[in-house]
Design a protein. Sequence first.
Length: 281
Amino acid sequence: MTSPRTLLSSINLHPKKKLGQNFLKDSQTSEMIIDRCNLTAADTILEIGAGLGAMTIPAARRVKKVYAVEMDQRIYGLLNNELFLNDIHNVKVVQGNILALPIKDFAEKAGEKITLLGNLPYNISSQILVKLIHERLYVDCAIIMLQKEMGIRITALPESRDYGRLSVMLKYCADIRKIADLKATCFFPRPKVDSVVVEIKFKESPLEQADDEALFFRTIKAAFSKRRKVLRNSLSGNILNIDSQTAGSILKKADIDPVRRAETLTVSEFVRLSNSIGREL
């Protein structure tokens, strides 16, 4: 694996902070992550932010096909050259923004559910996770690198300050396990915080299915939009288009105290709440 610093310097490029570019610089780290991912020769990978190929190359040696999405046109050529030098021929590099690319299209090309792989830029990691949840029908699992803070958030339990919208959404439809902790020194340029690699394994169906999943997700968003307020007040407003009095009545019918706060509710209670809202609207 060629050093990211060397590759970028060869054509006088510098990492773009606004794109969240922090490149893995150690091939042993990449191999360790891939070793722990249980990939098989039958798998198709959709890689988010392929960068200079640190994860692309070891993954491609284990699986059937890799669609490597990279947004930065400046390093498109470098990535293709690294694939050529490493004799990798089962990778299709796609220039584009993952937020604008339908995951369904890649799954249909593969003829099966796909596995996602990637080092998520911190500034859009929440948006990517929400996209994965909404398009999970086409995804078997996602193996992703996140800043440590985000890893804590998505695995947080009720009653904790880190428990929030993403915690509930992911617990509803997926199981999460930690694959590895990564120090900031594993990357170039060095970020200010450490990272974590997690596997998000999507369930065939939630243990408790919401009657209206779109409403369920809107309910979670509304509840956490004013997380310092009690639920009766946080649920009222534009997202759900109900007033405080109606919200209080719905909460009581769902057997949830209107003066509780969003971070105290379990996934099961959020399902019950959204179902109750659905019956009233």
